[in-house]
Design a protein around this ligand. Structure first.
Ligand SMILES: *Cc1c(COP(=O)(O)O)cnc(C)c1O
Length: 418
């Protein structure tokens, strides 16, 4: 259920008017519905008839409050860097809650992960495997690992977020996977506990999942036949979300049934690592119209948010619904290009969008920004990173303060010969 709706033509997030939020807080800012995230977690969890452990993929939105609320629900955390391990621990996670994936893990990051006694490292190459074993030997310890398989399956999603084809940098090539398990089983300081796969993101059809999962199913049987202990299968994340009413997506139930039908009788623990799914539609990016410029071709609505705050439209050609915070019913709709102030043509949020007419000073809200929004922001054009706010019914709290320009400049130095 969406927590974002109009009440007498005023946009609300849960029980709080977006206008009220914008009265109290400088625009632009992100705001997230707590209830939405909790409901998504619960809905996914209960879509399974079997036990399935959810490890939230925190790179989608790594704010400490989001992590804490999912940890409180019983979620584990999927991390992709040492920095994310530190964040997860700061949010209250312990080592056993954490799984670490990623194609390039430095010795420093691996040492940190091993010392933190994280639940599992998903290994992506032979050299990584050897490095983990060496580090553990020095620390006189043993680390649980799984190997990440590249199943060579096309996820049929945007090229920049496809990860499971043979030409992608991720995972261990299918033909080598059995010999890698053989090598791992000979190493004294690693302990094989599972197998993992993640084929991409914003996947809107179950077929690629089915293909990949069947490959993994066969592999698990083969590996067990060879004497390897495969206690869990980590199926990654990637299930897509609705960005527009036209999207037709598999339901949680269909996704869970597919997983159950393939792995249900294997006597194996199932892990899933959703990111986008849990948070994308919890969030709004609230921004104010700075200026409106009409040319012979277009009407540009120039807002105070920009691609440094939210880069998805230009990076992935993503579609996002845009809502006026006050719905001026009765005024005629217009075709707008909604753009930011940055000196790049790629700095836009929507093109040729039919919307209620807006004026200079109007507030608008960009939808479905809870995943891969704030986490991808930068300080380009010396624009400070914006605030993040969490909403619980009619309450809210700022969960990341807006950065000040002086904070951005503070770590720079003028070289002393200048
Ligand atoms: C990014 C990532 C995920 C989450 O992907 P979503 O599309 O956000 O669900 C899960 N697992 C791994 C290994 C990832 O890199």
């Amino acid at each position: 259920m969406t927590p974002i709706k109009y009440k007498s033509n005023n946009l609300y997030i849960e029980g709080l008017s977006v206008e009220k939020l914008a009265d109290d807080n400088q625009t632009p800012f992100y705001c997230y519905s707590e209830k939405y995230i909790e409901d998504q977690y619960q809905a996914l969890k209960s879509a399974f008839d079997m036990e399935a452990k959810i490890f939230y993929s925190m790179k989608a939105n790594s704010n400490l409050s989001i992590l804490k609320l999912l940890l409180n629900k019983g979620s584990g955390i999927d991390v992709v860097s040492g920095g994310e391990i530190e964040r997860a621990l700061n949010a209250g996670a312990t080592g056993k809650d954490i799984i670490y994936a990623g194609v390039g893990k430095t010795d420093e990051e691996l040492t940190y992960a091993i010392k933190t006694k994280i639940h599992c490292i998903n290994v992506e190459s032979q050299s990584e495997l050897t490095r983990i074993n060496d580090i553990c030997e020095k620390l006189n310890t043993k680390q649980n690992i799984s190997l990440r398989v590249n199943p060579d399956v096309d996820a049929k999603t945007h090229v920049k977020i496809t990860t499971g084809k043979a030409e992608n940098k991720f995972g261990i090539e299918f033909d080598y996977i059995k010999s890698m398990y053989a090598i791992a089983s000979e190493l004294p300081n690693v302990n094989i506990i599972g197998i993992s796969v993640h084929i991409g993101s914003q996947i809107t059809n179950l077929k690629p999942f089915k293909k990949a999962f069947q490959i993994i199913y066969d592999l698990i049987n083969d590996l067990r036949g060879l004497g390897h202990k495969i206690k869990h299968v980590d199926l990654g994340g990637g299930l897509g979300v609705t960005y527009s009413d036209d999207d037709n997506l598999p339901t949680f139930k269909e996704y869970a049934s597919l997983i159950q039908s393939i792995f249900g009788n294997l006597n194996i623990e199932v892990y899933v690592e959703p990111g986008r799914l849990l948070v994308a539609n919890s969030g709004l990016l609230v921004t104010r119209v700075i200026d409106i410029k009409t040319t012979s071709q277009k009407t540009f609505v120039i807002v105070d948010a920009a691609m440094n705050d939210f880069i998805r439209p230009t990076l992935y050609n993503s579609y996002h619904e845009i809502l006026p915070v006050k719905n001026n019913l009765g005024t005629s709709n217009k075709l707008y290009d909604i753009v930011g102030p940055i000196c790049e043509t790629g700095d836009y949020f929507a093109k040729n969008r039919n919307m209620n007419s807006v004026q200079v000073g109007s507030l608008i809200a960009i939808k479905s920004v809870g995943a891969y929004g704030s986490v991808l922001s930068s300080n380009y054009n010396s624009r400070p990173q914006i605030a993040e706010i969490i909403v619980q019914n009619d309450k809210y709290e700022v969960i990341r303060e807006r950065v000040e320009v002086r904070d951005i400049i503070a770590r720079e130095r003028i070289a002393n010969w200048l």
